[in-house]
Write a protein that binds this ligand. Structure first.
Ligand SMILES: [Zn+2]
Length: 218
């Protein structure tokens, strides 16, 4: 019942510890932020970006949602991405998934979960794209793990399809975009080796030119 009081108590202790290590820590942070990394991760409480990377406030700009999705009509994600890439000029964007993801697991079933089904459908699209590979994995946990990895890989591609990323690549050849997976059972982060910093691997239909055309002609 008093969990929220524990949080406030925890905050006081944390402030004391930070000031003990570095008396100017908060004074410096109050002057502004210049993180080099945008993190797009899962809302899962076991995957906090700063803690698992051993970083501090000010180091990582963060967006989290169920199953670390890059949905191209999600204004929240797009706003975070645009601010991080166009204003903060981050050098890296990391999509980080995790094994044992509840969202990915739910998407692999045929159950109805309610409102969230509309979100999970984007993850089901990933299954459809990789159905042959995923159906061939007989062990359910292994299939789920691979599904979580493929979901990250597809979100990296989805990032590269945005005009935000393509405009940044055109003007400054950055950010690098990466796909990582986290193992909640070991605490280890793994790079899935799908980093991109150009649209060379992207099917040409997704390329956007640098010029904005007025009107859709409808
Ligand atoms: Zn998750």
């Amino acid at each position: 019942m008093d969990t929220y009081k524990e949080l406030l108590k925890g905050n006081k202790l944390w402030v004391q510890e930070k000031l003990r290590q570095d008396p100017k820590f908060f004074e410096r942070l109050s002057k502004g932020q210049s993180p080099e990394v945008l993190w797009i991760g899962c809302s899962d409480s076991r995957v906090p970006a700063n803690e698992i990377t051993g970083t501090n406030p000010g180091d990582i700009f963060v967006h989290r949602n169920i199953a670390n999705m890059v949905v191209h009509s999600d204004m929240n994600m797009l706003s975070v991405l645009d601010y991080a890439v166009s204003i903060l000029k981050v050098k890296h964007v990391i999509v980080c998934g995790h094994y044992g993801c509840g969202g990915v697991k739910a998407a692999m079933t045929n159950e109805q979960y309610g409102l969230v089904d509309n979100w999970l459908r984007h993850i089901k699209d990933v299954y459809r794209l990789h159905q042959e590979e995923l159906d061939s994995i007989t062990d359910e946990e292994q299939r789920l793990n691979r599904f979580a990895e493929l979901n990250v890989i597809e979100q990296v591609f989805d990032l590269s399809k945005t005009s935000i990323i393509q405009n940044a690549w055109r003007s400054r050849s950055l950010p690098m975009i990466h796909g990582w997976i986290y193992d909640v059972a070991t605490g280890i982060l793994q790079d899935l080796g799908v980093s991109l910093h150009s649209k060379s691997k992207l099917p040409s239909i997704y390329n956007v030119t640098g010029k904005v055309v007025a009107g859709l002609g409808v």
